[in-house]
Design a protein around this ligand. Structure first.
Ligand SMILES: [Cu+2]
Length: 248
């Protein structure tokens, strides 16, 4: 259930609010590097012809460097520093530091394991039920404690993340076993899931649709099938989804 039209020749569609910011860095970097490549190629061909062996003149292999020889390198260095400070750091800081407030976001926990994504919603009370590693089994992949009242309305979904449009999504990402990596290309979101750590990540979808989750860290023999789907619904449809799961 993934949407192939999300992918074309270039980057996948930009389905989160910060996707454009990340792509801007990529576009500038690739554009400038391609231009440099073309300019150097032209210059190389020019030098091959200009300094080749001629009647009575041997080929020239070296010339005396002056400070002007360093100008191209200086320009590239300046560009790279500019790219890091003007584009890279602000975007990274936005994604890492501007976490949405819990009460203004759709909060979910995602637990990675070989080879699935278990998604935990707090339910209508907004409280995640208690979990315990001792309670984990095939029917209870999170080890949710059935005696805890906060757990009663929690929703657990495997490999299917449903989220509403118009709100950021705050994910607490963790892993049961080895290092995995939660990757949703259309949202330009990728974060390692590390055993023993709870890592917050967020994104805000900007369109309804279906997107694909992949594991971006080789995590074992079944790594290739560790995939899931994200469905971005209208807020109304999301409420219907929550309600239907409560009954179920
Ligand atoms: Cu994995």
């Amino acid at each position: 259930m993934n949407n192939l039209s999300n992918y074309g020749w270039g980057l996948p569609i930009q389905a989160s609010t910060y996707a454009e910011k990340i792509d801007l860095g990529l576009t500038i970097l690739h554009g400038v590097m391609f231009t440099i490549f073309i300019l150097w190629a032209i210059y190389l061909v020019y030098c091959l012809i200009r300094y080749r062996k001629k009647e009575g003149v041997p080929a020239q292999y070296a010339h005396k460097a002056t400070w002007t020889s360093l100008l191209p390198d200086g320009a590239v260095l300046f560009f790279e520093i500019w790219l890091i400070f003007a584009i890279g750091i602000p975007v990274y800081s936005h994604i890492k530091n501007d976490l949405p407030q819990r009460d203004k976001a759709t909060e979910v926990r995602i637990v990675a394991e070989q080879f699935a994504w278990t998604i935990h919603y707090p339910g209508s009370d907004g409280q995640f039920g208690k979990t315990s590693p001792a309670l984990i089994n095939a029917d209870n992949p999170l080890g949710l404690d059935p005696t805890d009242t906060a757990a009663a309305d929690d929703i657990v979904s495997v490999n299917n993340l449903y989220i509403p449009l118009g709100k950021p999504v705050l994910i607490q990402l963790s892993s049961l076993d080895v290092i995995h990596s939660l990757f949703i290309p259309e949202f330009r979101m990728k974060q390692d899931a590390v055993p023993g750590m709870k890592i917050p990540v967020w994104f805000e979808p900007k369109m309804e649709g279906e997107f694909e989750i992949g594991c971006a860290q080789l995590c074992g023999a079944g790594h290739y099938r560790m995939r899931g789907d994200v469905t971005v619904l209208s807020p109304k449809k999301f409420q219907d989804w929550l309600a239907s799961h409560k009954k179920g």
